[in-house]
Design a protein around this ligand. Structure first.
Ligand code: SF4
Length: 454
């Protein structure tokens, strides 16, 4: 499936609806639209013809697409039209694309159609990215970005066994134990529970789970032990307070907490004045404040706070989470922890195998469910390859790059990325590790490659 910008998406949504209506009821289309003029604009794919480069002309064309879309929907929803036409998926997608990208108001007798823009740019606001359709042909795919990577599609999380044992001492090869396909906009930390649940269903939960910092949160570090008995081995984000980032002044870890007495003690020896439980973004926290009477005359104040209210305030997760977080931060500074954590690095080979052998980076299908099925087949294929090499005592060698569009090759859209990696280890029956990979929604490119190759 081709990537579409907002202008192309609007035009292609009208075109897709028109095509679906034409297939469903050509007579109705002939009676309801001016076929000659509409076929000139919506005959070829919108991204096949040269779109205007001037911003003014682009805006005008975008509004023209919207007006055509609203006109088409008006005809579909006319009382004289067959009701079942409204149920066509392409018609509903067109409705959604128009609502998400345009506003339609009336001023007197005049109808005003405007493109939605961000509110901070003076516009009417746009829907959040996880809701915004990016294609009329696949309503599950989403645009997503991470740092300098931008892609349209899904995210794949692969779990596999792993072991720190030397090659000769291994009893089995590393095998993929789970694949989880999610929307591209879903943060890795939100996908982890799904991964653990699936592993639990198969009795494959590891004792330790190695992850990168994208997966780690205080809630997960604590919750994974509590719910699944899994210790997460992951570099947690360091204290993000101004003092900790600048490595100057007192960070939250410099304060002693007495959870039972609900008091915190600062480096100057003063105890907190207030201890308030709050809920921030759905997460329970405790906000602790020191008295201005203590802070204003304090000689350590320049190292502690620059708050206008002249008093230091701290925010803590609940007790178990804070203690788990502090323990993890302490651990990750040790040499032993870093040596152990190096086990996760082997996941790079899995990424290479998944993308080079099975072309995982680019989905061949439309929709999350089918894409997930493809990922399962890919995992099975990789396991069979590994087992074949293991049973026949052959070293596994990487094949030449696939003839189909290779995910390891950056696309023109700079979709080059693999992202977060994690690894999980289990002493028995096996050890495992996992990774997440960006998956582009480019089924059409795959099909084209096969057609070209004959
Ligand atoms: S500024 Fe306030 S909280 Fe900070 S060390 Fe001094 S008394 Fe304690």
């Amino acid at each position: 499936m081709r990537d579409l910008n907002r202008l192309e998406l609007a035009g292609e949504a009208v075109r897709a609806a028109l095509e679906a209506l034409t297939c469903a009821d050509p007579d109705w289309v002939a009676q309801s639209v001016d076929v000659t003029s509409w076929s000139r604009r919506y005959g070829p794919r919108v991204d096949n013809w040269r779109l205007p480069t001037s911003r003014t002309k682009q805006q005008k064309l975008a509004v023209d697409f919207a007006r055509d879309g609203f006109a088409l929907l008006g005809a579909v929803y006319h009382p004289s039209s067959p009701v079942w036409l409204r149920e066509l998926p392409a018609v509903q997608v067109l409705r959604c694309v128009l609502v998400q990208n345009y506003t339609r108001t009336t001023r007197g007798a005049r109808e005003v159609v405007k493109r939605r823009e961000k509110t901070d740019e003076g516009g009417d606001g746009r829907p959040p990215g996880h809701l915004r359709l990016s294609s009329p042909y696949d309503t599950d795919t989403r645009w997503s970005a991470k740092r300098d990577m931008l892609w349209n599609g899904y995210k794949l999380h692969i779990s596999e066994t792993c072991t720190p044992a030397p090659e000769a001492a291994r009893t089995h090869p590393n095998l993929i134990t789970n694949v989880a396909t999610t929307h591209s906009t879903l943060p890795d930390s939100k996908a982890l529970d799904t991964v653990h649940h699936a592993l639990q269903q198969r009795g494959l939960l590891p004792d330790e789970h190695y992850l990168d910092s994208g997966y780690a949160t205080a809630e997960l570090i604590h919750g994974s032990i509590k719910t699944y008995g899994i210790a997460l081995v992951t570099p947690v984000l360091l204290d993000t307070s101004r003092q900790a980032k600048a490595q100057a002044g007192f960070a939250a870890t410099d304060f002693t907490i007495d959870w039972d007495a609900e008091k915190a003690t600062c480096p100057a020896g003063h105890t907190s004045a207030t201890w308030n439980p709050v809920v921030s973004e759905g997460i329970p926290k405790t906000v602790v404040t020191f008295a201005a009477l203590d802070c204003i005359p304090c000689p350590l104040k320049p190292q502690c706070t620059t708050a206008k209210k002249n008093r230091r305030q701290l925010s803590f997760h609940p007790r178990q989470m804070t203690e788990a977080l502090r323990h993890a931060r302490t651990q990750q500074k040790t040499k032993d922890w870093n040596t152990d954590y190096a086990l996760r690095a082997g996941i790079e080979g899995t990424i290479r195998q998944a993308t080079a052998i099975t072309g995982t980076r680019r989905t061949r299908y439309r929709g999350l469910a089918k894409t997930h099925l493809e990922h399962i087949y890919s995992a099975v294929a990789l396991n069979l390859i590994r087992l074949n090499a293991w049973w026949n005592d052959r070293p596994w060698t990487a094949p030449a790059p696939a003839t189909s569009p290779d995910s390891s090759t950056p696309s023109p859209h700079n979709h080059n990325g693999q992202q977060d990696r994690c690894a999980c280890r289990k002493p028995h029956p096996g050890r495992s590790r996992c990774t997440s990979v960006f998956v582009e929604d480019t089924a059409e490119a795959i099909v084209s490659a096969y057609v070209e190759a004959g």
